[in-house]
Structures are given as structure tokens and as C-alpha cells.
Design a protein around this ligand. Structure first.
Ligand code: PLP
Length: 410
């Protein structure tokens, strides 16, 4: 018999934080709390405190926590057929691929590849780009975040993430966003295989690219035979109030990557190729995965999509997103602007107090995120009610006051 820890012991912050420090790799720093359950838009920590979660597992929990449709789909599938490998297909995998292509308005010959995370979705996209133009360079945008594995990391702009691990999986040139001339100057050199961008740059602090810029990138990449990859890992799957953020620009990309909200909390990613030419770039054997697209993941994703449709959640995301933007804009001298659309919002602050605002919010029962030192990110579940949004809106001025005071004391 091993020694058992009592529930009381586990409740003590010093206990779980010590056990974490003793047993988990330190890449995430110290966790803010130890969570034990969730329901709707609320989570409960080990000490029994409840929080309104406006971060949603970083834009993942589209249906919140323990949504009945998701729980039913996942538990029924777990009791039926959980995993089979890609030697076989399953009804859910077929249905999910068909549904995603329909939602993406993808032309004849388009296809989906399923994997388990955003970085993996981008790895597949990168292999498509590299196979399209062997030896070519890849263009990514300044402030881009595309993931942490060695290919996706090469596309991620932050030097502190990238430098220690070079050489990485691709030769990447970073250019400023919103500057079509900078892109064209690279493309005319003739050695560019593809361009990666996030229609809304999430980790950068929720910075939406203009529709005109997205359209220019589409025109220029077509003209110079470079692939256009839209990374919708964070901004896709209804997050901005449309199924996919690039659709606002009326463009068809060559490749789109998805993850985060796709599985509604079940780990899942997808790479979508648009049109038969792009679909045909990778041939049998050139890519693969053991877990990707297994029946459990597909059942989770199908339940997310069907609930968004049956409950009119895209409409709700747009309405409640607008309400948050309208209410937070000008609410306090610290609020410079509110960026983004739907339920992916960045609140730009006048000074770098975002971390203190996060701490103050936690003390008041709200989970929010500091995307960077002066930006608060909100990415709540799509089921957030007006009442829940209003409880945060009315608390916000006090949280900003508290953070400003903390800042002055330090
Ligand atoms: C989160 C994110 C990724 C990486 O996804 P993981 O599932 O963490 O690997 C890639 N691109 C964007 C835009 C993201 O927001």
C-alpha cells in the first residue's frame, strides 16, 4: 500500500503547488490554481472557490464546461469505439471531414487531415508548403504565434521561444503585417513557398488583420505561386462570430489550420486543404499520426459544431461580443481600445498592468488572461450569458483601479 493523501491535504495551496513543483516540468511556471470541476462558464478550484472563466482554457471550451451535448457525445462514443488507428476510418471521421469542408465553403477536391493540436496542424501545413516548392522559403508575420514544435516554432516570431532551438524546421522570413509591399518584395524573389498568417493574431494581443490586407495577401500569393496558409487555431471555429475568420475577407486560402475550439476541450487539430491541387501535394506515406481523427475526438468536434448550429451560437457570439466591446470601450482611463470581434477580444491598456489586472480579477472571481504586459485577452465560452458578461463589466473598473494601485506601490 502506498501512502494516500487526504482530500484536505490536496486542498492546501502549499500542498498542490509543492507537488506540482516537485513533479512537473517547469515550462509553464507556477500554476495559478488547482481546478477540480467546471459547469457552464464557471470553474471551481481545490479550495472550493468558483470563478467565471472568460478565458475558456485559452479559446478552447467553446461550449463551456460539462456541456450536456458534449458530455453525451464523448461518453457514448467512449462506450462504443474510442480509438482505431488510421488503418481504418469511422462514421464520425467521415461526417466531421464533410461538415468542416462544408462550413469552410471549400471547393470540390478539398480535404481534411486530423491531428491532436494546433502546432501539429501547422506542421502538416508546413510540410504541404515545403512539398509544394522544394527548397523554398516561408514568410510569416512579425508577432506571429504558430506553435512550439520545431516546424511551427520556426514560424513563431518571438526570439526567446525560437533562438535556443535553432536550427529549426524551415527557413522563415518575418515581415511586418499590413504591408503588402513588404510581402511583394519577398515574393518577387521567386523562392517563396508559402505565407503563414493568423487572420487575428491571438498571442500578439488579439490583433485582427484588415480584410484588405488578407485580400492583398491572397492576390499576391496567387500571382507568385506561393501558398497562403491561414492559421485559425485560435480565431476559427466560430470564435469571431463566423465559422472561420478569413471568411470575412471573402477569400479562399490554400490551407487552413484549426485546433483549440474544434474539440471543445478534447485535444484535436485539423489541416484543411482547399481544392484538388493543394490536396494532392502530400502523397500516401508523406504524413501521418496515430491518434489523429480518432472516433472520440471526432465525436467531440461533431457535438461542438452541431450545438453551435442548433443553439444559434454564432449569432450569440456576435451579439455578446459587441456588447462587451461597447461596454468596455471607455469604461476606465486605462482602457485605450478594445480589439477583435466575436468572443476573441483584446483590451489594450494604457500601461503594462495586465498581470496585476489578472491577479485582481482572480481575487474577485474572474479568470482572464494577460496576452502581453498591456493587453487583457478575453476568449470566453460561446454560451456566456449577458448577465455573466455584465458581472465582469461592472467589476472591471475596480479591477483596473486595484491594478493601477498595485503598480504604483511597486
Ligand atoms: C494556440 C495556437 C497554436 C498552437 O496550438 P497548440 O494546440 O498549443 O499546439 C498555433 N497557432 C495559433 C494561432 C494558436 O493560437
Amino acid at each position: 500500500m502506498t501512502e494516500t493523501t487526504t482530500l484536505d491535504d490536496q486542498d492546501l495551496p502549499q500542498t498542490w503547488s509543492r507537488r506540482y513543483a516537485d513533479n512537473l516540468l517547469g515550462v509553464f511556471g507556477s500554476p495559478q490554481m488547482c481546478l477540480v470541476s467546471g459547469h457552464g462558464c464557471h470553474v471551481t478550484d481545490a479550495a472550493g472557490n468558483s470563478y467565471l472563466d472568460l478565458l475558456g482554457g485559452i479559446a478552447v471550451n467553446a461550449l463551456g464546461y460539462a456541456h450536456p451535448a458534449w458530455v453525451k457525445a464523448v461518453s457514448q462514443q467512449a462506450a462504443t469505439l474510442a480509438h482505431v488507428s488510421n488503418f481504418f476510418t469511422t462514421p464520425g471521421q467521415l461526417a466531421l471531414a464533410e461538415k468542416l469542408l462544408q462550413l469552410a465553403e471549400a471547393p470540390e477536391g478539398s480535404a481534411a487531415f486530423f491531428c491532436n493540436s494546433g502546432t501539429e496542424a501547422n506542421e502538416a501545413a508546413l510540410k504541404i508548403v515545403k512539398a509544394h516548392h522544394r527548397g523554398g522559403r516561408v514568410i510569416a508575420l512579425e508577432h506571429a504565434f504558430h506553435g512550439r514544435t520545431l516546424g511551427a516554432l520556426a514560424l513563431t516570431h518571438k526570439e526567446i521561444y525560437r533562438k535556443p532551438f535553432e536550427p529549426l524546421g524551415a527557413e522563415v522570413t518575418f515581415i511586418p503585417a499590413e504591408d503588402p509591399d513588404a510581402l511583394e518584395a519577398e515574393l518577387v524573389q521567386g523562392d517563396v513557398a508559402g505565407v503563414f498568417l493568423e487572420p487575428t493574431q491571438g498571442e500578439a494581443g488579439v490583433v485582427p488583420l484588415s480584410l484588405e490586407y488578407l485580400q492583398s495577401v491572397r492576390t499576391l500569393t496567387r500571382r507568385h505561386d506561393a501558398l497562403m496558409v491561414v492559421d485559425e487555431v485560435q480565431c476559427g471555429m466560430g470564435r469571431t462570430g463566423r465559422w472561420f475568420a478569413h471568411q470575412a475577407a471573402g477569400i479562399t486560402p490554400d490551407v487552413m489550420t484549426l485546433a483549440k475550439a474544434l474539440g471543445g476541450g478534447f485535444p484535436m487539430g485539423a489541416t484543411v486543404t482547399f481544392g484538388s491541387q493543394i490536396t494532392g501535394i502530400l502523397t500516401p506515406g508523406q504524413h501521418g499520426t496515430t491518434f489523429g481523427g480518432n472516433p472520440l475526438a471526432c465525436a467531440a468536434a461533431l457535438s461542438v459544431i452541431s450545438t453551435i448550429e442548433s443553439d444559434d451560437l454564432l449569432d450569440h457570439v456576435r451579439t455578446i461580443g459587441r456588447h462587451l466591446v461597447d461596454s468596455i470601450t471607455g469604461i476606465h482611463p486605462q482602457v485605450v481600445e478594445v480589439r477583435g470581434s466575436g468572443l476573441l477580444l483584446g483590451v489594450q491598456l494604457a500601461s503594462p498592468i495586465a498581470a496585476d489586472v489578472v491577479t485582481a480579477a482572480r481575487g474577485a472571481g474572474f479568470i482572464i488572461n494577460a496576452a502581453n504586459p498591456s493587453t487583457i485577452r478575453l476568449a470566453p465560452p460561446y454560451i456566456l450569458t449577458v448577465q455573466e458578461a455584465d458581472s465582469f463589466i461592472s467589476a472591471l473598473p475596480g479591477l483596473l483601479d486595484a491594478a493601477t494601485t498595485t503598480q504604483k506601490e511597486n
